[in-house]
Design a binder for this molecule. Structure first.
Ligand SMILES: [Zn+2]
Length: 185
């Protein structure tokens, strides 16, 4: 959940099936080594929470796409000066046509995400281990589900969370993350 300092912003995935967030996912545009982790990453949230369902879909039919961009495209997405510090980026679109990729944009939309592109850095020296790469991919799916950073912002906490920003020792969804999904789905 994102916060604006006073109130929670109830950002959520739009497409539900039996009350669960229902994501149609594709990893065709991932490069190695990320492509090797895709099947594990795809199942991380459904394995942790009964409120999330993920199915495999073709690129043309998917609602969540994983992409390893070129270096130039990555630079355009995150800003040249941030190349050395950002490992993943979730660019979400809402049903009312907004692009959500931070708290400010989350506040102006109706809060229902219908599509997300999840980019992972082509700079493997930045995202330099298998566990950190998987964590980055799982963390970005958390953003598509409407979760913000656990360890940043007005309600920052040090509890275990895969939604902590930066290199942490939590690589899969934790109890805090699963609980954060409950008001949404
Ligand atoms: Zn993040």
């Amino acid at each position: 959940m994102y916060y604006d300092g006073n109130t929670p912003i109830v950002l959520k995935w739009a497409n539900l099936s039996n009350g669960k967030a229902y994501m149609k996912m594709n990893g065709d545009k991932l490069q190695s080594p990320y492509s090797n982790y895709y099947s594990t990453v795809k199942n991380a949230w459904p394995n942790a929470s009964s409120r999330v369902q993920v199915v495999q879909a073709s690129f043309s039919a998917s609602t969540v796409d994983f992409i390893t961009p070129t270096s130039d495209a990555w630079s355009d997405l995150v800003g040249y000066w941030r190349i050395g510090e950002v490992s993943g980026y979730c660019r979400a679109q809402t049903t009312d046509g907004f692009i959500v990729d931070n708290m400010e944009s989350a506040k102006v939309s109706n809060g229902k995400i219908s599509y997300a592109s999840i980019y992972v850095t082509p700079h493997l020296d930045v995202c330099d281990t298998e566990t950190y790469r998987k964590k980055t991919m799982i963390h970005e799916i958390g953003h598509a589900l409407g979760l913000g950073h656990a360890n940043r912002g007005p309600y920052a906490t040090n509890v275990a969370s895969v939604m902590n920003q930066g290199k942490t020792s939590y690589y899969t969804p934790q109890a805090h993350d699963v609980n954060d999904l409950i008001p949404k789905y």
